[in-house]
Design a binder for this molecule. Structure first.
Ligand SMILES: C[S@@+](CC[C@H](N)C(=O)[O-])C[C@H]1O[C@@H](n2cnc3c(N)ncnc32)[C@H](O)[C@@H]1O
Length: 214
């Protein structure tokens, strides 16, 4: 049977609270940057970001994993380390880090301004460790095809989805901030069911349609 895809046009925070535990699913997501939520201001966004990451983790079942893809930014001359923000949320949520990968968004050696040329990809779980008996790539030299400017690359999504497939019993991937739907399209291409949420109707339309061949 072909894998399914459902995309909800909703506020992810309210949607996650209403769902509770995401039975049978793992989460792969990329939380919005401060530039996408300007009304919060930097301090408000930091609090929102950590609380949103903690909520995602609270909704992740014990047999699943929560994977975050986040790019650091420069704000007022200081770097915001989003990997650290997500890790702090994990500590609060009683989750442990399974992996912390670096995904190159541009070739190593490229100068960057304002936004890092790498992204963090961090995976978390509670209970037993997973995937620790195999050697794995921890620097992805190319994130792959980007459907939009703030997208997670298709190769990075495939790496995350393959981890879900090989190291968990969950067969649905949820992306509560799905944007263009890269995670959903790659999950479907790898035979996993996908559920996305986005607050913007136009992103939901894109996320319902996107097809990616691997
Ligand atoms: C970083 S982008 C996600 C990019 C996505 N991973 C991709 O590959 O295209 C963040 C997305 O979160 C959405 N968003 C922002 N606030 C939201 C909220 N409260 N609930 C749901 N979606 C939200 C934005 O519309 C945006 O599409």
């Amino acid at each position: 049977m072909a894998p399914t895809r459902i995309v909800h046009n909703a506020d992810a925070i309210a949607w996650l609270r209403a769902q509770g535990k995401l039975v049978g699913a793992s989460v792969i997501t990329s939380l919005p940057d401060v530039s996408e939520l300007p009304r919060l201001g930097l301090d408000g966004w930091r609090r929102w970001f950590e609380a949103a990451a903690a909520l995602v983790m609270a909704c992740t079942v014990d047999e699943g994993v929560a994977i975050f893809f986040q790019s650091d930014i420069q704000h007022g001359g200081f770097w915001i380390d989003k990997g650290a923000l997500v890790s702090r949320a994990a500590e609060r949520s009683g989750m442990s880090c399974l992996f912390h990968k670096i995904v190159c968004r541009k070739p190593p050696g490229t100068s960057s301004f304002g936004r890092a040329s790498y992204a963090h990809m961090l995976g978390f779980a509670r209970g037993q460790a997973r995937g620790h008996r195999r050697a794995r790539v921890d620097v992805l030299p190319d994130g792959g095809f980007l459907p939009g400017p703030k997208s997670m690359g298709a190769k990075a999504c495939a790496d995350a989805c393959l981890f879900v497939k090989s190291e968990t019993t969950t067969r649905t991937v949820v992306d509560p901030f799905c944007g263009w739907g890269t995670v959903l399209a790659v999950a479907n291409a790898l035979g996993l069911d996908a559920v996305g949420v986005d607050i913007a109707p136009r992103m939901c339309r894109r996320a319902r349609k996107l097809q990616i061949e691997l």
